[in-house]
Design a binder for this molecule. Structure first.
Ligand SMILES: C[S@@+](CC[C@H](N)C(=O)[O-])C[C@H]1O[C@@H](n2cnc3c(N)ncnc32)[C@H](O)[C@@H]1O
Length: 250
């Protein structure tokens, strides 16, 4: 079970530490204090994960069972790499038999068994590059992508929602039947068109706020389970074209 970490100091840090007032801006000092006192940050260090984000994926998996049986995984927005670390483990991915591909425009330090692409996922060439590197059909697409913050909340929100949408279209175009898609979104932010796309093509669509996601953050996750398959997507597209043609004739 993914337990809520207690205030233990096995990492050598005590919970409740303060950062001395000095040259730092108050907001930066508050961020550092929150970070070093965050029990999930400390637990990530102890367990060898590169980010506290690991516990969001593990918590979601514990409740919704998305990792079990996954043979090939794509990790969108992979840096610094904790989700890819988990993905490599569950797929038994090795350098000889790569089963995980991660992409980020930031550099990610190597993770055994993971091919890491340093490029923008919104680049037109990204989908092809990911699929070439994976050399097989994924049964899980996970996206923790968040747009770099501009300081303008609404802009940041819209840009992250756009990433979620592009990730969803990508997942629908590459997933194996029965596969799952997990992506970061925002509270109240999921567009109707995106929800419709997922509801049409997956058996179940759920919004999740993991306990390890900071309470003050508006971050949520969108989980679409049980992809209905590429044939279903093609049939839906053909039906939509028929409808348009009928409307034209009317
Ligand atoms: C919250 S972090 C991901 C943490 C990661 N899941 C982990 O466990 O280590 C979000 C990442 O999304 C990446 N990102 C945002 N927009 C992107 C884009 N267009 N293409 C590639 N990566 C992107 C950022 O660079 C950032 O590293």
């Amino acid at each position: 079970m993914v337990k809520t970490p207690s205030g233990s100091n096995r990492t050598g840090r005590k919970i409740g530490q303060k950062v001395k007032k000095g040259k730092l801006k108050a907001s930066s000092r508050r961020w550092i204090e929150r970070h070093i006192n965050d029990p999930y940050v400390q637990r990530a260090k102890l367990e060898g994960y590169r980010a506290r984000a690991a516990f969001k994926l593990l918590e979601i998996d514990e409740k919704h069972g998305i990792l079990k049986g996954a043979r090939r995984i794509i990790d969108l927005g992979a840096a610094p790499g904790s989700w890819s670390q988990i993905a490599a483990k569950v797929t038994n991915s090795t350098e000889e038999d790569i089963r995980v591909v991660g992409i980020d425009f930031l550099e990610v330090a190597p993770i055994p068994g993971v091919t890491l692409l340093q490029m923008d996922f919104l680049d037109d060439n990204a989908p092809r590059a990911i699929m070439d590197a994976l050399r097989g059909t994924p049964d899980l697409v996970i996206s923790d992508m968040a747009a770099p913050t501009t300081g303008h909340q609404k802009t940041d929100h819209l840009r992250t929602m756009h990433l979620c949408e592009v990730a969803a279209h990508f997942a629908v175009s590459v997933l194996a039947e029965g596969g799952h898609f997990l992506a970061k979104t925002f509270q109240g932010g999921t567009e109707r068109d995106l929800l419709n796309l997922l509801k049409q093509n997956f058996r179940q669509v759920i919004h999740i706020k993991p306990g390890s996601s900071r309470a003050e953050s508006v971050e949520m996750f969108l989980l679409a389970k049980g992809f209905k398959g590429q044939k279903h997507v093609a049939d839906e597209a053909a039906a939509a074209v028929d409808e348009v043609e009928e409307d034209d004739e009317a």
